[in-house]
Design a protein around this ligand. Structure first.
Ligand code: ADP
Length: 573
């Protein structure tokens, strides 16, 4: 939120400075153009004023040389009527206010007007003319209040000295009227700072160099102004009524020839309007661009949020999967450990069961051996040697049988770390049958087993295979408590060796589940019924790279098949 506000502030500041910069640039450009044009116009106005005054100046000089003028100047007492007429005609033709001729003391001796005998000697232009130069001055006529330009030319006697002056007075109106209608305000100020000539009445005789509050000799508060600068331009803020611009560009151009300064005021309203327009356009552009950027950023942000949410969900999912996997593999490890423990436990319990059966198995021959031995002693006493030999032979057979049983038992009890080796499957079946004989016989089960003619070698562990087979035989015996037939077969199929154990029992209740650990249909507390026999067998066969499966035969009874890899090279039986 704070970042957004900050971004908005930065954007506003940027947009503001861009807009302001464009406004400034545009204003100063427009002012520069106004100034160029204004300067040219001001130069033109100055030249025009000078040009108009030039006419009077030349006329004054020419008239001073006029023979009639010279004649009267040389003889001031002579009749002035002709000179008066000449001056009046000239004044009329040139629209001068007045032409007068003075003697060398400044007394008027001829005039286009009525002021004969007036004293002009006080005018600075008169003194200049008496020195032989052209006098020029501007003044305000005290009686009429008119503004006048005055030229005074010396009238030279043929011998050389100045004998009088010819003075021309020109009303400023005569020159002002010409550029009255121009849009640019022009005025010419004298050395006192008074606007002597202007194309706006409001400015005439106003002291423009005074700031508000300053006292001037002429009414200064007609015009209130303040000066400021924009760029290198001087701007006047005016309060001069409806005919003067409120803000104007002030330009100056010195006119040393008439000891004045040409000044101009150019209305800057158009420049301001243009600058404002361009600034508004820039602001609009900024707003459009800003909005576009904002929209883009918003979209990006929304996308980023979406991506982040998805990434988070993914990460959560992944971590859950990982956790689950870990749990599962832990459970698997535990299961394997438990299975290994159970294999051991199962073997021990099988051993317990077997030792009971086997002690019974061993007792029987032992009792028989005892009675055979006793009888053999009796036969020897009686001298029936052949019978005694027969008994001894039987004893020998029984001892052999006992030896075999004990051998199997030892092999079975050996710790289960035997490596994989080549095993004779027929031998395994024979040993298993021998160890399970008691159990099978107790259930009244007949065994159909034809040992193969030649040894069938497979890859596996002898004792473990024996355990698997004994388990299958025990299950068959369990399934056929009321007697039945177990058939054991060995076949070679598709490069593998298959051992099949079938029975004639009721069949498997749920063939899909028989290899599940702890799946048992047998009652708890019965002789077996842990539900582990087949699952352990499954693990054992798998560890040999083989497969075990169980199904119900169509003709009734269960069928279990073990497939094993044959030994790498056939061995002699
Ligand atoms: P247990 O013998 O302890 O019950 P097993 O894993 O050896 O455990 O057997 C699991 C189950 O498979 C038995 O409870 C039984 O229901 C079924 N089963 C195994 N062998 C046979 C068979 N030959 N005939 C019918 N059912 C069988």
């Amino acid at each position: 939120m704070i970042r957004r506000a900050l971004a908005l502030l930065v954007f506003l500041a940027l947009a503001g400075s861009v807009t302001g910069g464009i406004w400034w640039r545009s204003l100063s450009d427009a002012l520069a153009r106004l100034e160029d044009r204004g300067r040219a116009d001001l130069a033109l106005a100055g030249d025009r004023l000078l040009g108009q005054l030039q006419r009077y100046r030349e006329m004054t000089v020419l008239m001073a040389d006029h023979p009639e003028v010279l004649r009267l100047a040389l003889d001031p007492e002579a009749d002035a009527g002709q000179a008066d007429r000449l001056l009046r005609r000239t004044a009329d033709m040139t629209r001068s206010d007045e032409l007068v001729l003075t003697d060398r003391f400044g007394k008027v001796i001829a005039s286009s007007g009525p002021d004969h005998g007036a004293d002009m000697s006080s005018g600075p232009y008169f003194r200049r003319a008496m020195q032989g130069a052209l006098g020029f001055h501007h003044e305000i006529d005290r009686s009429s209040g008119r503004r006048l330009f005055v030229y005074a030319a010396p009238v030279f006697s043929p011998e050389g000295p100045v004998v009088g002056t010819l003075i021309t007075r020109v009303e400023t109106e005569a020159v002002e009227v010409i550029w009255r209608g121009e849009p640019m305000i022009v005025f010419f100020t004298d050395t006192d700072g008074i606007a002597f000539v202007s194309n706006r009445d409001e400015l005439v005789l106003v002291r423009l160099d005074l700031l508000p509050g300053e006292e001037g000799t002429v009414p200064a508060d007609l015009l209130r102004r303040e000066v400021r600068r924009i760029d290198r331009h001087e701007i006047w803020d005016l309060d001069g009524g409806p005919y003067l611009p409120a803000r104007a560009l002030h330009l100056t151009r010195p006119l040393p020839v008439i000891e004045m300064t040409g000044e101009a005021l150019v209305d800057i309203a158009p420049a301001e309007r243009q600058a404002m327009l361009e600034a508004l356009l820039a602001a609009a552009a900024c707003i459009v661009i800003g909005t576009a950027i904002y929209a883009l950023l918003e979209r990006r942000r929304a996308l980023a949020v979406q991506l982040a949410t998805e990434a988070e969900a993914n990460a959560r999912l992944e971590s859950r999967v990982e956790e689950r996997t870990r749990e599962l593999s832990d459970a698997n490890d535990q299961l394997q450990r438990a299975q290994a423990d159970l294999v051991r436990a199962g073997k021990l319990s099988a051993l317990g069961q077997m030792s009971a059966g086997i002690s019974h198995e061993l007792n029987q021959p032992l009792t028989a051996i005892r009675s055979y031995a006793e009888n053999a002693g009796l036969f020897l006493d009686r001298g029936q040697n052949d019978k005694a030999v027969e008994n001894l032979g039987r004893i020998n057979d029984l001892a052999h049988r006992m030896g075999r049983i004990i051998k199997n038992l030892r092999a079975f009890a050996r710790q289960e770390s035997e490596a994989m080796s080549d095993v004779d499957l027929g031998q395994v079946v024979a040993a298993s049958l021998e160890l399970s004989e008691a159990r099978l016989r107790a259930a009244g089960v007949t065994v159909d087993w034809t040992p193969p003619v030649r040894a069938v070698w497979v890859r596996g562990g002898e004792v473990r295979l024996q355990q698997v087979l004994m388990n299958l035989l025990a299950n068959a015996a369990d399934a056929m408590e009321a007697g039945g037939l177990v058939t054991i077969r060995i076949d070679r199929i598709a490069g593998r060796v298959r051992l099949t154990v079938t029975d004639t029992g009721p069949g498997i209740a749920e063939p899909d589940r028989v290899f599940d650990p702890f799946y048992s249909t047998k009652e708890v507390g019965a002789s077996e019924g842990m539900g582990l026999g087949l699952s352990i067998s499954y693990g054992i066969v798998k560890s040999f790279g083989g497969a075990i499966s169980g199904r119900n035969r169509p003709e009734g009874g269960a069928e279990f098949m073990i497939e094993l890899d044959p030994a790498r090279k056939a061995r002699a039986a």
